[in-house]
Design a protein around this ligand. Sequence first.
Ligand code: NAP
Length: 285
Amino acid sequence: MSRSVIRASTRLCGLIGDPVAHSLSPPMQNAAFAETGIDAVYLAFRVRRERLGRAIEGLRELKVLGLNVTIPHKSAVMPFLDEVDPLTEEIGAVNTIICRDGSLVGTNTDRSGFGDALSSSGFVPAKGMGALLIGAGDAAKAVGHFLAGSGMTISVLNRDRGKGERLALELGRLTEASAVTHDELEDIARNLSLIVNCTPMGMVGFPEGPPIDAGTIRPGMTVVDIVYNPMETPLLVAARDRGAKVVHGHEMLLGQGARSFEAWTGGKAPRDIMRRALLSILEGA
Ligand code: NAP
């Protein structure tokens, strides 16, 4: 079913960030609304950093159904909300806002959406298994908290070493975690079961090439790239060449989007339809 009429009753959902023009959330979420017959529409809004507070107040007054939040607002938005759930407070990044009777509640579906992507690949994280987390930004925080919650031993590699150390310290309250450098990768590689790229390296418009030396990747490892455009990133190409299992970035995008949809509507997300909407764009790109 495709949407043909926007009525006076149609509710608004949307994405706020800067930039947002590249986002695949509008086609994915609108496909879900059309499939489930929910009278809502999803749009993307470019919101400048210095206008974030005003944008949130306006959206609160308009009684939108819900919002997604992306770069650079995931932590900056927190003071403008009425409530943030405890796990999201701990992660320090909100990617989903639920609007209930004019009250704005922040949550994080990147964490569980990443978990969905991992389980769709058959990877089962367990205590003591080694994970290399590349990046220390908002997405890495959410992924790191998921991995830490599973008891994995986490090595954090980040361009800004201090930021990597801070994230490792934070995750170290939940599991064994430390910051590492590129020079240390060879030594830790044999203990890694999982590598996750949470930087934009390999994304269209960013530096080409994998974010680590391909020699770190061993057969049998699972390698996740949360970059979804292009679908086959340089890291995933290298991982497949070296006999590792790969998990594409759109699986996390789908997982977080499905969980946001469920938080806004209370209904089950039509994941197959949402995946099809994503793939029709990514495979045609
Ligand atoms: P962010 O908060 O801005 O963090 C960016 C991270 O990438 C930082 O660790 C930064 O390192 C690192 N980085 C940026 N440019 C780099 C470069 N040229 N070389 C090496 N490291 C670099 O962004 P984010 O929200 O975490 O998002 C990161 C990526 O994940 C983006 O590509 C985003 O599209 C993608 N993402 C995907 C999903 C999904 O559902 N698939 C969800 C969220 C995000 P420094 O600390 O040194 O600056």
